[in-house]
Ligand binder design. Sequence first.
Ligand code: SF4
Length: 364
Amino acid sequence: MTNPAEHKIEHWLKQIEVSDFQEKILNWYQEVKRDLPFRHTRNPYFILVSEIMAQQTQIAAVVPYYLRFISLFPTTKDLASASEEDILKSWEGLGYYSRVRNLQESARMIQKRGEFPNTYKDILALKGVGPYTAGAIASIVFDLPTPAVDGNVFRVISRLGGSFEDITKGSTRKLIEEVVSKLIFQKTPGDFNQSLIELGALVCTPTNPDCDLCPVSGFCYALKHDLISQLPVKKKTEKQKKIPLAVGLIENENGQWLMGKRPESGLLANFYEFKQIEVGEDDSLTTLTTFLKKEGFEIISILPLGPSTHTFSHRIWEMESFLVKANSENYHLKENEIWVAPQKMSDYSIITAHHRIRKKLPLV
Ligand code: SF4
């Protein structure tokens, strides 16, 4: 036997009977596929919405958000002309808000050109659409035999073909896309792509794949050579930076809450947030009280609400929050700040990290 690390996926591809592979995985997909609302449509805009939502969220969890979004914005025209406030609100709970901004930008591009693009290259040119999403839309909606390689497909194909190539490298994406292009069933490429994705999601999971239930186990190099736990190979990414923060939910003498709007660009642009300060050498309570006194607040009471975290791709916010009742007569509102009555709070799009903290309060 060849040393597994030197084995080439191209050898595997030459040895297998492709039509047999296609038949087995497609029959299995028809039997077990999950009944999801976007699997009943070929409206390219709806498929685009579902794919963009699924980029950072489990597909089953996407369903209620998807249904709400397409009822709020049933066409690209509706989305293109919606206010930023409305689109951000519609995305609340999903996080990674740049996705909905890009989606709106795509809707505007589609409006401008007069129709949804129908080639892989033109779909790829839409804002926020990468090779996976373009491949998925092209195959599902337009029956084009384009691969759609997401994390599931990287894992499934690496194991099936015994590939030790690092899946974080661009060259590996190209290689896996080439393999899928040779495997793809030309008549129903959308179903074929989805069958690989579904296999990765339901059976060939990252840990403990259920190979007994796998329709293509007879083709699997990793199973045959006992290499499943070693594949796929993924180089470790840099560690996320931890940022300790003190968060103050400040209520003034009129029962209003202090909210600040974030800058127009950068992380969580244009969202509202409570007062948040990076904690240095002091503990979070001392940091917050010192800051508030310096800003002119007269603190009446301060109640800890406990710790919470929020994870971004490169950083983790480690927050300690406090409910602060304060006299604000000597506080000068900054340009981006407002006092908000509790009943008006839901009119503002608040960053998810603080939205969760706010939920701990009964009346806000
Ligand atoms: Fe994945 Fe096991 Fe199927 Fe191989 S046999 S593709 S490891 S589920």
